[in-house]
Design a protein around this ligand. Structure first.
Ligand SMILES: [Zn+2]
Ligand SMILES: [Zn+2]
Length: 351
């Protein structure tokens, strides 16, 4: 088969590689759609999250596809699914591979596993004709949800973690999302699905602000033109947001998230920066008694994300700014950095 292989930092491309073979309990999936994620770009250009010992590795971790081969043995099924996967099933994949036996895994915190792997980062991923996946990480799409509908289910599961599991957004609350890239936009959709009354979005790019309004933002703010603290106070009768989700990873956005958070509110930092340290206004955190927390990847959130898609809360078209073949991944990673208006670049594996 062919695959996009990363050989070293900044070095990679389409290559011919051996087909994957399923181990016990695995399935082989032919990806239909895969996404380009900021993590891929950081990994390819800076080596973020991957390890030298894992290279070469097939990149790509956000995907849906069709089961084409079944490994031996019984499959462990997630989310109470009772049927074993069969050839032809459409599935969405959670790419983080937990060990399922460390103390974090045993507490259900699979994304904090001490011995984790990850498709597309430490294990071969989905920018390829075929990918091997443990069946427990492949969830069947609900009836009536197409592969295209579910194309963003993986980043959506991350937004479920940030907004619902970490941020605990409740009915009637005001949520501020800082950064309207794919994770920010999916966080808007999940905040709306969770019953947030006001959803404020801070984003410097006009086209992304327009996308935020399409997915459910009640007010968008250009942080280059307006003071984010003044704007969020004005929109909330002076109260400020109950929950802030920082979804860009830039130090400026983190500072804005802390500054705009209302006293007593929850702040979820979900954006991975480019490494190094970011200064925080700790006096604000102390005197406002903020609960500041991280959010990383997803934690058994795929079924919630797929339910949100089935209910019509998330539409692939609202986020995708370009559709390409996966073999163009290197150019796509370049374009994503060079063009700040880019939102989601989707790879259609039939192209
Ligand atoms: Zn991702
Ligand atoms: Zn573990």
């Amino acid at each position: 088969m062919h695959a996009f292989v990363m050989r070293d930092i900044g070095v990679g491309g389409r290559e011919r590689v051996a087909d994957p073979t399923p181990s016990r309990g695995d399935v082989i999936i032919a990806p239909a759609y895969s996404g380009l994620c900021g993590t891929d770009v950081h990994m390819f250009h800076e080596g973020t999250l991957t390890r030298k010992s894992s290279l070469p590795v097939v990149m790509g971790h956000e995907f849906v596809g069709t089961v084409v081969e079944i490994g031996s043995g019984d499959q462990v099924r997630p989310y109470g699914e009772t049927d074993q996967l069969r050839v032809g099933d459409h599935v969405s994949v959670e790419p983080l591979l937990p060990c399922n036996s460390c103390s974090q895994c045993l507490r259900g915190r699979s994304n904090l596993c001490s011995d984790w792997s990850h498709l597309g980062i430490l294990d071969d991923g989905c920018w390829a004709d075929l990918v091997r996946v443990p069946a427990v990480r492949a969830t069947k799409l609900p009836d009536g949800v197409s592969l295209y509908d579910a194309a963003l289910a993986e980043p959506l599961a991350c937004a479920v973690n940030f907004v619902v599991q970490r941020g605990r957004v409740r009915t009637g609350e005001t949520v501020l999302i800082v950064g309207a890239g794919p994770i920010g936009l999916l966080s808007v959709a999940m905040a709306k699905a969770a019953g947030a009354e006001r959803i404020l979005v801070s984003e410097p790019q006009a086209n992304r602000r327009a996308s935020a309004e399409r997915v459910g933002a009640t007010l968008t703010i250009d942080p280059l033109a307006h003071d984010i603290v003044d704007a969020t106070r004005a929109a909330t009768n002076g109260a400020g947001p109950d929950v802030v989700v920082e979804a860009s990873g830039s130090s400026t956005a983190v500072a804005q998230a802390i500054a705009a958070a209302a006293p007593g509110s929850r702040v979820v930092l979900s954006g991975l920066g480019s490494g190094g340290t970011t200064a925080l206004d700790t006096n604000s955190i102390v005197t406002k008694e903020l609960t500041v927390m991280g959010g990383f990847a997803s934690r058994w959130a795929m079924s919630t994300g797929l339910a949100a898609i089935a209910a019509g809360h998330v539409r692939t078209d609202d986020l995708v700014t370009s559709v390409r073949p996966w073999s163009h991944a290197e150019q796509a990673m370049h374009d994503m950095v060079a063009d700040p208006t880019t939102c989601k670049i989707l790879f259609d594996h039939s192209l």
